[in-house]
Design a protein around this ligand. Structure first.
Ligand SMILES: [Zn+2]
Length: 316
């Protein structure tokens, strides 16, 4: 028997950690969360495909028969959160619940990979297989029932999960608030500072609104603990510090963009991505293209930047 794959256990929760490969190796793990009520057992996210042995071991360690898993709840469509959907559906017969916004991508691995890794011509240098498809299992597990902000999932015995929309990193992301233990479970709206890639956001304004929403939620709901997909469990005070740090990192991406547009009028999208990644010692890869594109669109909409052919100019 190898070491335990359960990295945290408290009340109805048991967290399973799975190491991430590639640029993330040794730096980040992804976590999935079992939540056990008196009537039902739920798993939040299925993790990446390379973590399947850990997931199988977790069922054994926790003494959960595979057929006893009732629900798979998805936080968002990214590869390291949906990779074992197909395996879980086939092995357990669980019902899969998720936000409607990206249901088409969850149902089609190739679409999911292409829609983000190859969203731009500049991203086509990245191999879909090593960058994305390998992280997802050979079969999909499509969303069967939609959940939206405020929807309650009652697992019995007073264990109730409230769906909380946290958009921006993905435009179809949710977290869950367990009311009896005042525990918030969120995947990627707050990324840890040791994340080796540029902060991934699809809309800087929506991302910042989510930082504000989480900040208010911590106080209004008197949150006791926050469980993260890529970070250790935190208190509300520690989470507040992380919110502030996330704000600073998103601000820093945009400050870099402005500085480089001013210093190099006519700078291209790809050059801007490279310079912003270098400023933060981050890997130059496809995720950064998503964030840089989102901020460029926002600058243009606000009349702060203008595109001339392939070049970008700061006009604010
Ligand atoms: Zn993600």
């Amino acid at each position: 028997m190898s070491d335990s794959v359960i990295s945290y256990q408290s009340g109805p929760f048991a967290t399973v950690s799975m190491g991430l490969p590639g640029d993330h190796e040794g730096k980040t793990a992804t976590r999935v969360f079992f939540v056990r009520g008196a009537d039902k057992i739920a798993l939040i996210d299925s993790g990446l495909y390379a973590g399947l042995p850990a997931l199988e071991q977790a069922f054994d360690e926790l003494g959960i028969a595979r057929g006893d898993l009732d629900l798979l709840l998805l936080t968002h469509e990214h590869m390291d959160h949906v990779g074992n959907n197909g395996w879980l559906k086939a092995e357990t017969g669980c019902q899969i619940l998720g936000h409607p916004g990206r249901a088409d991508r969850v149902a089609d691995n190739m679409l999911n990979a292409r829609a983000i890794v190859h969203a731009f011509p500049e991203g086509e240098e990245f191999d879909l297989n090593t960058e994305y498809l390998d992280w997802m299992g050979p079969t999909e597990g499509p969303i069967e029932s939609f959940i939206r902000d405020g929807d309650l999932i009652d697992l019995g015995g007073g264990v109730v999960l409230e769906t909380v929309e946290v958009l921006g990193h993905s435009m179809a992301e949710v977290g869950f608030f367990e009311q009896s233990t005042r525990t918030l479970i969120i995947a990627d709206p707050l990324l840890p500072p040791f994340n080796p890639v540029l902060y991934l956001y699809e809309d800087p304004n929506v991302m910042r609104a989510t930082f504000d929403k989480i900040e208010r939620f911590l106080v209004e709901r008197d949150v006791k603990a926050v469980l993260f997909a890529h970070d250790d469990v935190k208190t509300a005070a520690e989470t507040q510090e992380l919110v502030d740090d996330c704000r600073r990192r998103v601000d820093k991406v945009e400050a870099s963009m402005v500085a480089h547009m001013k210093a190099h009028p006519g700078i291209t999208f790809a050059e801007l991505r490279d310079k912003c990644c270098d400023d933060q010692n981050m890997v130059r890869e496809w995720r950064a293209l998503v964030s840089i594109d989102a901020s460029l669109k926002d600058f243009a909409a606000k009349g702060l930047a203008r595109q001339d052919g392939k070049g970008w100019h700061y006009v604010g």
